[in-house]
Design a binder for this molecule. Structure first.
Ligand SMILES: [Zn+2]
Length: 470
């Protein structure tokens, strides 16, 4: 039997009935990704597996380095085919790493290829995949249609002019692409030079002078409204930990003036300023009925030599071990007390904190909206079978899994849509197993509806994004 067969990961009869009967055919609402809107707008085509599959994939680079592959073949100047070949040589050594599942699921779903990738079949797989990529229906837009993707949310700087989103919106193709307001640069005052350059961009984008904190806030509010007018209903923040240091507007104004003047700011000032800004952003989202996402806990660029050689986002980040819960609760509590707690999805990167995060968010549900505060799907290092099950279990045991908004790709690649299938199979396997054990009732309709909601419907209702054709 081929490795990726119809019942891959589905170990019971009920799991198979749930997956095939209720999950497999649900469309995709990919509410958090890093797909470049430009590539969707221009309907990018891919010449070969390197372009569609390896370009920029730091998960693969980490595995290749761990397998003794030189940097030249990861981020260096080797040719695209040499890099692909180095990856193909590495794949047999990724057994039990999620990359082994993802690789073969992707080869199967995009190209119908069942071979187990290794050096011996590498050339044949490259040739067959390249031929498919050049056929009709494998452009960026073709891939969205092929995988029944109804909505993609990209991640965008507040200064982005959203021209690509506008271009996509003008050609109704069965999917919608919405921006996500991601103002990480607005907090990055510890790098004064970059911050000042970014302020220049903000002035241009908002057509406003930004000489004071008040003007800074006004410009950001205007950009938030601009995103809203282009269909955005989500914001996102990537933070080491949630900022929750008390900070008055006056203090924040003084820190802003310092950063704007290009002066260095102390860590404590950065934290105070970040706390002030995160409350401001919470108010913006609450006023517009948006959903705020918090991606917490990754310790970035820990390898100084590699950072100097090849820069950020190249696979040298790790799970951090900050103490999160006090700060997260303070943040949610402060917004709640100011009657400005927006819908929120909180992503945790450290499995040790799953239960703590799950109970923290559970303390701020308020009856106005089912599942108002969400424990985000297994993220980054936890975006794999075990991590997904841990997240599902922590949420089930402390809250309501039935209100969960489900999976997202969080990907920069158009080859990642089978991650939704992977999640659905893991979910159905978990539910099916407990039905067979007698821990859940063997009521296929009850369980089927539950599963179906987690695939698409909960996200649709919760996020309030307009779907194609109404
Ligand atoms: Zn992301």
């Amino acid at each position: 039997m081929e490795f990726i067969h119809d019942d891959f990961l589905l170990h019971s009869k009920m799991a198979r009935r749930l997956y095939h009967g209720y999950a497999a055919n649900e469309p995709i609402l990919d509410y958090h990704s890093h797909l470049p809107a430009m590539e969707i707008a221009s309907d990018r085509t891919f010449r070969n597996l390197f372009e569609s599959w390896l370009e920029g994939d730091h998960y693969k680079w980490r595995a290749m380095r761990a397998n003794g592959i030189a940097e030249k073949y990861c981020t260096g100047d080797a040719s695209p085919y040499e890099k692909y070949l180095a990856w193909a040589r590495t794949v047999p050594f990724t057994l039990r790493n999620p990359l082994y599942h993802w690789t073969h699921l992707e080869l199967k779903r995009y190209f119908g290829i069942d071979d187990l990738l290794n050096e011996g079949v590498a050339k044949s797989v490259w040739d067959r995949a390249s031929a498919v990529l050049q056929s009709d229906g494998f452009s960026a837009q073709g891939i969205l249609q092929k995988f029944a993707v109804r909505v993609v949310c990209t991640s965008d700087d507040p200064c982005d002019d959203l021209s690509h989103h506008q271009a996509i919106a003008s050609t109704q193709r069965g999917f919608c692409v919405y921006p996500t307001f991601r103002p990480d640069s607005a907090l990055a005052i510890q790098l004064p030079e970059a911050f000042r350059a970014w302020l220049g961009r903000l002035e241009k984008a908002s057509n406003k002078n930004v000489d004071s904190l008040r003007e800074f806030l006004d410009a950001l509010k205007q950009r938030h409204e601009f995103f809203h007018a282009h269909g955005a209903r989500l914001s996102d923040h990537g933070l080491s930990y949630c900022y929750a240091a008390p900070c008055t507007e006056r203090e924040a104004g003084a820190i802003f003036d310092k950063a704007r003047a290009g002066l260095p700011v102390a860590d404590a000032e950065q934290e105070k300023f970040g706390s002030f800004m995160m409350l401001f952003f919470g108010h913006l989202d609450a006023a517009k009925g948006w959903t705020k996402q918090l991606h917490l806990g990754v310790l970035r660029n820990v390898n100084t030599r590699k950072y100097r050689e090849i820069g950020p986002n190249t696979g040298f980040d790790t799970i951090g071990d900050w103490s999160h819960v006090n700060a997260l609760c303070s943040y949610l509590d402060r917004l709640d007390q100011e009657n400005a707690l927006p819908k929120m999805i909180v992503y945790n990167s450290n499995p040790a904190d799953n239960y703590a995060f799950a109970t923290a968010i559970g303390s701020f549900q308020d009856g106005a909206l089912a599942g108002k505060i969400q424990l985000g799907s297994g993220w980054w290092f936890l975006d794999q079978k075990e991590g997904i099950e841990w997240q599902l279990n922590a949420l089930s045991n402390t809250g309501l899994l039935s209100r969960f908004v489900g999976m997202l790709t969080d990907s920069r690649s158009f080859m990642s849509f089978p991650r939704h299938e992977y999640f659905r199979r893991i979910l159905c396997n978990l539910i099916g197993r407990e039905a067979e054990n007698g821990e859940l009732p063997s009521d296929e309709r009850l369980l089927g509806e539950f599963v179906r909601n987690l695939c698409f419907e909960n996200a649709r209702q919760y996020l309030g994004l307009a779907l194609p054709n109404g």
